[in-house]
Design a protein around this ligand. Structure first.
Ligand code: SAH
Length: 221
């Protein structure tokens, strides 16, 4: 008899527990966020050789030289965004689609854009397979926002700009929240939370992070 290790289900359940435990230990306390992250399987969004590492708390490579963010960072960003079920949310940087899928369980509607058409196509296929019908994904330069659907209750940017892009600030509703990494691509970046007030904006620095840069224009793939 060969020892094949524990049955697949045990391994899956154990991995899931460790995954959720890691999120909690990073200060993720919002049960809605934890529930959404329990329901959306990160393994679905990671392909090929890295799929084995989908439940580890680390960023991983995806197509087009991009990365799927670290789960604890996804959770902390989602928590900071303070999404409600009535919200219309814009995500800039679809990437694998993982973050958009989590948001889709927490809000009314998600618009997500990426400069790489291939990433958008691949993410759309996953959204269809998972039945996540409240996500619309586009290939576009997200630094200009999405004027046709503006204003937004919440905006989440998952690529780093030097400063918050003006069009995104302008497309945020009064009382709305935007969470984004700012700073130079290879230097230290900060995750910040911007709240649009009656007049002006409030800026709060959350933590140091490292994201791929927000790049102008559409990609070639
Ligand atoms: N949120 C993703 C991770 C994003 S990685 C996930 O859950 O997997 C950052 C993404 O931002 C990359 O896919 C990159 O192509 C995209 N990006 C960079 N600059 C952009 C821009 N100007 N407009 C739209 N997308 C951009």
């Amino acid at each position: 008899m060969t020892d094949d290790g524990p049955p697949q289900d045990d391994t899956g359940a154990e991995r899931k527990m460790r995954f959720l435990f890691a999120l909690r230990s990073h200060g993720v306390t919002d049960t809605r966020v934890l529930n959404a992250m329990e329901r959306i399987d990160r393994g679905t969004f990671v392909r090929g050789v890295f799929s084995d590492r989908a439940y580890e708390d680390m960023p991983l490579p995806i197509s087009c030289g991009q990365t799927i963010s670290q789960p604890s960072v996804v959770a902390l960003m989602t928590q900071a965004l303070d999404v409600t079920s009535r919200d219309k949310v814009l995500e800039v940087g679809t990437g694998s689609g993982y973050q958009a899928a989590i948001l889709s369980l927490l809000c009314r509607r998600v618009y997500t854009v990426d400069r790489h058409r291939r990433l958008v196509r691949e993410a759309q296929e996953i959204f269809r397979n998972l039945g996540l019908v409240n996500i619309t994904a586009f290939a576009a330069d997200g630094s200009f926002g999405l004027l046709e659907q503006a204003p937004f209750d919440r905006i989440l940017v998952t690529a780093a700009a030097e400063d918050p892009p003006g069009p995104l600030l302008a497309q945020l509703k009064i009382g709305g929240i935007m969470v984004l990494p700012v700073g130079q691509s290879d230097a230290v970046q900060s995750l910040i939370k911007v709240t649009r007030l009656q007049s002006g904006y409030d800026y709060e620095e959350l933590r140091p992070v490292r994201f791929v840069p927000l790049v102008e224009g559409l990609g070639t793939e």
